[in-house]
Every structure is written in C-alpha cells, then in structure tokens.
Design a protein around this ligand. Structure first.
Ligand SMILES: [Zn+2]
Length: 139
C-alpha cells in the first residue's frame, strides 16, 4: 500500500542548532590557552632579541659602516614588526577565549555548524568551518 506523500515530512522535527558539549568547550579552552602561552613565550623571546639587537647596535657600532648600520636597523625593524604581529595574535586568542565564555565562539558563520577543535586551535580567528572556507575561496 502506497503511503501518503506527506508522512515523509510530517514527523520531522525542526533542526536544532548543534550544541557543543562542556567537554568540547573545555578542550577548545585548553587549546586556546595553550596557544596563548605559546605565543607569549614567542613574544618574550622576540622582545629579548630586540633588546639584544639594540645592545649590539650600541656597543659595537663604532666600526660599522653605513651598510652594517642599515642591516641592523632593518633586522631590528623586522623583529619589532614580528613582535607586533605576535601581540596581535595574542589579542585574537584572548578575544576568542572571551567569546567562548559567552558561548559565541567556534560556530561557523555560514552554516552554523561547530568548527572542529583542531581547526580552532590552529586558527583561533577562524569563523568558518573548513567546508565553507573552501567554498568561499573557490568564489
Ligand atoms: Zn560552515
């Protein structure tokens, strides 16, 4: 006996927004915190390198010609811009942690699915899941 066509959809519940388990949220938090610590260590190291370059510049610049001075200035500027970009990433991770507490972090902006923990750990600023990101890039 043929079933009426509408039974296929009649019992279907509206798709609930996926929820993340507390364990998963903790996993993301831990990944973000680890990332932040890593970046902080990297930042500290860069800062000490800048200090070192600065000291080199002050102590043994007597015999330097213009090219040496130029190279050292360039190196120092490179280090400073590196330090700034690390700082920016630290801020990103800290914002991510705040949004995580508010429950607004880690969801794909496009499809609403949870973004995998691994992806969030690697790219704390990710706002799209891998699939949507690929679709976006293909356009
Ligand atoms: Zn998506």
């Amino acid at each position: 006996m043929a079933k009426p066509a509408d039974t296929r959809t009649a019992g279907r519940k509206p798709v609930a927004k996926a929820t993340r388990s507390a364990a998963e949220t903790e996993k993301i938090r831990a990944a973000l915190a680890a990332r932040r610590d890593e970046l902080r260590a990297e930042y500290d190291q860069t800062l000490s390198e800048i200090t070192e370059l600065q000291r080199d510049r002050l102590t043994d610049s007597a015999g330097d010609d213009q090219a040496d001075t130029g190279t050292k200035t360039f190196e120092r500027e490179q280090e400073i811009s590196l330090a700034n970009s690390i700082l920016e990433r630290i801020t990103q991770v800290e914002r991510a942690l705040e949004r995580l507490d508010e429950g607004g972090y880690g969801w794909c902006e496009r499809c609403g699915n949870p973004i995998p923990v691994e992806r969030l750990a690697a790219f704390p600023s990710a706002t799209l899941c891998v699939t949507c990101k690929q679709l976006e890039e293909r356009r």
